[in-house]
Ligand binder design. Structure first.
Ligand code: SF4
Length: 239
């Protein structure tokens, strides 16, 4: 663990758990920047945090795991964010391009082996991207999944050897969209087409009224997470 003890993490979590996302981010920036980073898939929540960071510390390094399978609307949002905030979200790519990867495995893995595909195209690149950093910011909300319900605002992430800060943990979907509307924050237009949660195109579908907001991810399978935000047995978490 870097210069941060388990007791300090617990204390910071206790101190910050009722604070606003902006207050949590101010503390996080003061404590960790420039050894602070953020991974975003340009979801609505991530766009809120980017807006907040643009006001608090726009130099925080933000990156996107560009699996090669993202929607064109998602990548276009990266350009819109750059125009609005001057923040250039770094694209972190896997070692193999999509054609190289699919050739190596005799076809795409996202249907038959989605866990391996996520591991190869998200987890491994993420591990590489966070080397040299002490903390990362995630945009998870407690009410999204049962795994996420157990997260803390400040926690140790054993999977990636980082302090993980979840400033939007206590927000609801309504809080997110009220903030986007109030601040005219750029967001993915697919959200207006039935996609509340957007990942890679092969593993994301639109949902119907009444369905859970993450039910369009890996629909028809038991898989609910890429593995990046899943708490592991050591108390860490995994996007
Ligand atoms: S979400 Fe689907 S396409 Fe994207 S890395 Fe995971 S399995 Fe592969």
């Amino acid at each position: 663990m870097p210069d941060f003890s388990a007791a300090e993490i617990a204390l910071a979590n206790e101190d910050l758990k009722e604070n606003s996302p902006q207050q949590i981010l101010q503390w996080t920036v003061a404590r960790f920047h420039p050894r602070l980073t953020m991974a975003t898939a340009f979801g609505a929540e991530g766009c809120c945090i980017i807006h907040m960071l643009a006001e608090i510390e726009p130099a925080v390094r933000i990156f996107n795991l560009e699996t090669g399978y993202q929607f064109t609307e998602t990548l276009a949002l990266r350009d819109r964010i750059k125009s609005r905030y001057g923040i250039e979200v770094e694209l972190i790519r896997p070692e193999l391009s999509v054609p190289e990867y699919e050739k190596k495995h005799g076809g795409p893995l996202y249907v038959l082996k989605p866990d391996q595909c996520c591991f190869d195209r998200k987890t491994i690149p993420l591990r590489r991207a966070v080397v040299g950093y002490d903390a990362w910011i995630s945009a998870i909300r407690r009410d999204q999944t049962t795994h996420r319900a157990h997260a803390d605002v400040v926690q140790w992430d054993a999977k990636f050897n980082l302090v993980k800060v979840n400033p939007l943990l206590g927000w609801t979907k309504q809080d997110v969209w009220a903030f986007i509307s109030e601040n005219k924050i750029p967001y993915n237009p697919l959200h207006d087409q039935g996609y509340p949660s957007i990942g890679c195109w092969p593993c994301t579908r639109a949902i119907m009224d009444g369905e859970d907001e993450r039910s369009g991810r890996w629909a028809g399978t038991a898989k609910k997470e890429c593995g990046l935000h899943v708490m592991d047995q050591e108390g860490g978490s995994g996007i």
